[in-house]
Design a protein around this ligand. Sequence first.
Ligand code: GLC
Ligand code: MG
Length: 534
Amino acid sequence: MHKTGTAWWQHGIVYQIYPRSFQDSDGDGIGDLPGIMDRLDHLVELGVDAVWLSPIYPSPMADFGYDVADFTGIDPIFGTQEQFDALVAEVHRRGLKLILDFVPNHTSDRHPWFEEARRSRDSARRDWYIWRDPAPDGGPPNNWLSNFGGSAWEFDAGTGQYYYHAFLKEQPDLNWRNPAVREAMYDALRSWMARGVDGFRVDVIWHLIKDDQFRNNPISPGWTPGMDPFHRLVPLYTADRPEVQDVVREMRSVIDEYDDRVLIGEIYLPLERLMAYYGVDLAGAHMPFNFQLIDAPWHARTLEGLIGDYEGALPPGGWPNWVLGNHDKPRIASRVGPAQARVAAMLLLTLRGTPTLYYGDELGMENSPIRPDQVRDPFEKNVPGKGLGRDPQRTPMQWSAAPNAGFTTGRPWLPIPGNFREVNVEAQSGDAGSMLSLYRALVALRRSEAALSIGSYEPVSADGDLLVFQRVSAGDRFAVALNLGPTPARVDLPDRFAGGRVRLSTHLDRSEALRGTTVELRGDEGVIVVPAAP
Ligand code: GLC
Ligand code: MG
C-alpha cells in the first residue's frame, strides 16, 4: 500500500509496449526483450509506474503473438527465459511493475493442445476446443462470424467437424466450460506470478464463454455493406454470456493467491455491461478497461456526458480507468489532430482513475500510411480497404533522428513513419515545448498531487467546446479547463479559484495568476489551475 492507502495500480500509470515495435537489439527488425531492457530509462524519465507488454509467448505470429503456442514460454524472436527474468528484475529494481498480456480465449492452431485435439474425435483433448458437426447441407453449424471476417467456423477434414474461432482460423477458441482447460490456464497465470509478474491484461475476457445451445446471432439492424462485416450480426450468443462471470471470478481468485497483483480485462461493451466485470462484491476484474475515450466523438459535451455517466455507473468501491490508445485502434493524434492530442493528454492524466498510455503517444506519433505491399495485419488482409488494419498504429517507436529512428540496425518489420526526424524521443527531450515535455510535466504533476490521481471528480458546468472539472482531495483542489475547439474561449472557474494560478498549460508557456476567477484559453489549449495560496 501507498501512503494514500491505494494500491499501485490505482494511483499509478500504465504504459503499453507493443514489443515488436519498441526496440530491436539484434538487427532482425523486430523489437525484443533486450531492446525493452535498454529503453527502461525512457519509462523512468516519463514517470510511469507499470509496463504492460503485449504477448511475448511462443507464437507462429499469425496475429503477431495473440496466437499463443505455449502459455509459459518466450518466443525466440523476443528473447529467452533468462532475458525475461532479467527484465522482471530490472523493472522491479527501478520501482516499476510488469504486466503481461494473457490470451485465454484461444490458442494458436499450432499449440500442442490443438494439434492433439484435432487428431481424432476421441482425442483426450478434443473437448478443450469447440467442435460441432456440419449443418445438414454440410456448411457451418450456425451463423456465427469471425471478428476478422467470414464465418467463425473452420472445417477440419480429418475429423469431419467444424471448430469455432472468434478471430483467425489459426486461433481456435478454447472451451472454457471444460474444467481441465480452466485449471491449465490458471496454472499458467500462477507460474508467471511466481516469477514476479505483477498482473495481467486479459485479452477479450468477455468472449470466453459462448452459448451452450449454439443459437444463431441476430441480424444487426443498422448494418450496411460498407461497414465491418463482423457487425452484420449482434454477438448476443458469442460474447458476454452470463456464465463468463464465473470464470472472471475464478481468475480473480487465482490472482489473489499472490499479493498485490492486478487483473485488467479487455472489454468492449456498453457501459452497463462493462460494469458487470467488476464482479459481484468487486470479486471480478480490478479494472475492466474503459475504452470510451478511444471510441467517442471528440466533443466537449459528449465527453462531459460520458465521464459523468461512467463515474455514476461505477459500483461502490470500483476503481475507474481510462485508455486513450492501443494497438488495435487508430492513434489519438491522428483521430483528433496534433493540437487536440495535447488536450487529450491533459484529459487522460487529470481524470480520476488509472490512465493507460500507448507507446509513442507521448511523442504524438501518428498513424502511418501503409502501402498495400507493406501490410502485415491479418485483419487488413482478410477485410481489405475498409480502414480496419492495425499496422498504422503499430509502427516502430521513434527514438532519434538516426537511421530507422534508432529502432533497429536491420530492416524494420513495419515502415518507419516519415516524420521521425522531428518526432522522436531525443529531439523532444531537448525541446521544452514538445509533446514529450508536456507528458513528462503532466505525469510528474499527477504523481506529486494525490488530488489528481485519487482525488474526487467534480464537474464544473461549461458550454460549447469547453470541458471543465475539479479534482479534490483532503483540502487540495485543482481545476482542469480544456478547450476542445480552435477558437479562444473564456472560462469562469468556481469562486475558490479567485486569484489562483495556472499550474500547467498544454502549451507549457504560462503560469500567471488569474484575474478574479477567469482564465482565458487559446484555441486547443488546456490548463490546470490551483487556488490562491491561503
Ligand atoms: C484482442 C487484441 C487484438 C487481437 C485479438 C485476438 O482484441 O487486443 O490485438 O487481435 O484480441 O486475440
Ligand atoms: Mg529483434
